[in-house]
Design a protein around this ligand. Structure first.
Ligand SMILES: Nc1nc2c(ncn2[C@@H]2O[C@H](COP(=O)(O)OP(=O)(O)OP(=O)(O)O)[C@@H](O)[C@H]2O)c(=O)[nH]1
Ligand SMILES: [Mg+2]
Length: 591
């Protein structure tokens, strides 16, 4: 079997000397032999502008030759297929018009052809090329699409022998296991939920999920992060020594680094070391996991937002290569890149709006079905999908790894009293959830706002279950869903023999094992009671011309009886307070 690839290639001579050419690929990154790349796309300056993430040590000689391997971003197969419809292949950094950013006065800056003859900005420099990857991973053929531009050679790079062992199959994908080192800080007197060792342990789990090999970690006690380098300068020097001694390729910091901190740390640790932070790591995991169009767009949007202020320095190699002749060119290019990212962000937002339009239609349709919605929320890996599967046979992917679910799935379940409710499983939370992700997943998370009841699923067997509960409560507070009644469920009781008195408030808790089914009946009964408890009892006669209220009562409440009588529909039901207020006149009519 062979894989068909589509690459966006600059025509000969268009690629700035030493800069890596952009390429896109329609099959998983791991299908290409890809030196110095993990299953993760955590290249410096990754995500959108692959050639910007060029590492000078692997730079091809100046000229048209292009290696596709390093420059291919990690797109899922599904995404790329749809990318054509989106116009993605025509998106090319070289294919912009003459306006290469604005100068300090806000005027468009034209590309400097005199100093930068290799960039041909007359439009359409990119061409669609296709090539085929044979079973053995070699390029079987390649052809340039009909662009009338010169042919560009794509030369597969041979994996060095010592690297071969480091390609592993992990979670069904081939990843290049990078040697990774973790760094955190312990804030003195901080009210942070997680202690530093717990936080670093979780970071290690995230790194492992992303396909990285953690070889060590360190932390420093500080009042607050150093504004220049996150950790103190002495610690940076210590880190540099450690990184060299352990032959570390990637250093991950436990908090989001400011653009300045990132830059300074890159400088301090040297070109061979990739510096990134918890946010980039989580974004990368999300991008590996994203399976639907909406999730893919949401993750890419979050990545772009993250990337935008961090573009500095990516073009400094131009100035180095030109021996300082084109001073300022790097800044100019940063403006170009920013403009490209901004237009990409605009495009993504537009696309997301249209995708969300469909979701809204679906929600509206669902809204017209008279069934209350119950949302499952919880820390990642708590067992939400397993619970949904147990109750509905939904067949949602449930795995022992972080962020298995990114897209909401809703299934109808029957309660013990015969009533039905819709149960929605959604993306899990984590401490220090990147703000960009919360923002771009807001639409997905807004589904929680629509629900009549929130079920907080807790992995009670986890040593940090209390801290995880706190982190989930923080995210829920951010989402402004405090007014929605909540039911706490302790999951995985088959695993643990915890002492109940150790956990503060057990009054409102149901104990279950989603895996074995223990406590599930009690859980369903608790949902039923909770749905009812949070509601007000009404006994109303709804006139026939106010039929929409009958729909609302069905949708938001629990109906005990409904009878068609001469003047309208007689309803006895539990409904949410707000709806009971609207029904007040009809209640009086009944009396
Ligand atoms: N022992 C035990 N394992 C469970 C139980 N419930 C879930 N698990 C396991 O916990 C792991 C995570 O389960 P998921 O259902 O994927 O968790 P999730 O909350 O949906 O996770 P995300 O989608 O990543 O947020 C899986 O390996 C499940 O088999 C349980 O009651 N007992
Ligand atoms: Mg899940």
């Amino acid at each position: 079997m062979a894989f068909e690839a589509v690459a966006l290639l600059p025509s000969a001579g268009n690629c700035p000397a030493g800069a890596q050419a952009p390429a896109r690929c329609s099959f998983p990154l791991s299908k290409l032999s890809k030196p110095r790349s993990s299953g993760s796309s955590l290249h410096r300056g990754c995500f959108l502008l692959p050639y910007l993430s060029h590492r000078s040590s692997t730079s091809p000689a100046a000229g048209p030759s292009t290696t596709a391997q390093e420059s291919v971003p990690a797109f899922s197969e599904g995404e790329e297929e749809e990318g054509h419809a989106l116009g993605l292949p025509s998106f090319n950094p070289y294919d912009t018009h003459d306006e290469y950013g604005d100068d300090e006065n806000g005027y468009p800056v034209d590309i400097d052809h005199e100093h930068y003859p290799n960039i041909d900005d007359r439009g359409g420099n990119g061409g669609l090329a296709s090539y085929t990857i044979a079973d053995n991973g070699s390029f079987a053929s390649h052809t340039l699409a009909d662009t009338g531009r010169p042919k560009v050679d794509i030369q597969p790079e041979i994996k060095p022998i010592e690297d071969i062992d480091r390609f592993k199959i992990q979670h069904g994908r081939e990843v290049f296991v990078e040697r990774t080192y973790l760094v955190g800080i312990e804030r003195k007197g901080s009210a942070s939920l997680f202690g530093i060792t717990d936080s670093l342990e979780e970071l290690a789990q995230l790194a492992d999920t992303a396909g990285l090999n953690v070889v060590g970690s360190t932390y420093q006690k500080l009042d607050h992060p150093n504004p220049r380098t996150y950790i103190g300068s002495g610690k940076v020097a210590e880190l540099r020594t450690e990184v060299r001694a352990l032959d570390v390729e990637t250093v991950i910091f436990d908090d989001e680094l400011s653009p300045g901190q990132l830059r300074n740390l890159e400088k301090a640790l040297g070109n061979e070391v990739r510096v990134c932070d918890r946010t980039a790591l989580i974004l990368d995991i999300f991008s590996q996991r994203a399976a639907t169009r909406e999730a893919t767009l949401q993750v890419e949007l979050a990545q772009m937002e993250y990337q935008l202020p961090r573009l500095t320095k990516m073009w400094s190699h131009l100035e180095r290569q030109a021996g300082g002749m084109v001073k300022g060119m790097g800044e100019k290019q940063i403006e170009v890149d920013k403009r490209i990212i901004r237009s990409r962000i605009a495009l993504l937002r537009k696309e997301l709006d249209s995708v969300r339009g469909h979701r809204q239609q679906y929600r509206d349709r669902r809204g017209s079905v008279p069934i209350p919605v119950v949302s499952l929320v919880g820390y990642t890996n708590a067992g939400k999908s397993t619970l949904l599967n147990r109750l509905s046979g939904a067949g949602v992917l449930a795995e022992d790894r972080l962020f298995a679910t990114l897209d909401p799935t809703t299934r109808k379940i029957e309660l013990p009293n015969g009533n039905q409710c819709l149960l929605t499983d959604t993306v899990g939370f984590i401490q220090k959830l990147p703000t960009q992700l919360v923002a771009s997943f807001r639409a997905t998370l807004e589904e929680i706002n629509d629900s009549s009841l929130i079920v907080h699923v807790v992995d009670i067997s986890h040593p940090l279950c209390k801290e995880q509960m706190g982190a989930v409560d923080n995210v829920l507070a951010d989402l402004n869903v405090g007014h929605i009644p909540k039911l706490v469920v302790w999951n995985k009781i088959d695993r643990t023999s915890f002492n109940i008195s150790e956990v503060d408030d057990t009054s409102n808790v149901v104990r279950i094992s989603a895996l074995t089914g223990d406590g599930i009946d009690a859980f369903c009964k608790a949902i039923q009671d909770k749905l009812k408890d949070s509601m007000v009892w009404v006994d109303v006669l709804v006139p026939y011309d106010k039929g929409e209220f009958v729909d609302s009562v069905h949708r938001l409440g629990v109906v005990e009886s409904m009878e068609y009588v001469e003047d309208g529909i007689a309803l006895r039901a539990h409904v949410p307070l707000r709806l009971s207020q609207q029904l007040q006149p009809m209640r009086q009519a009944m009396d």
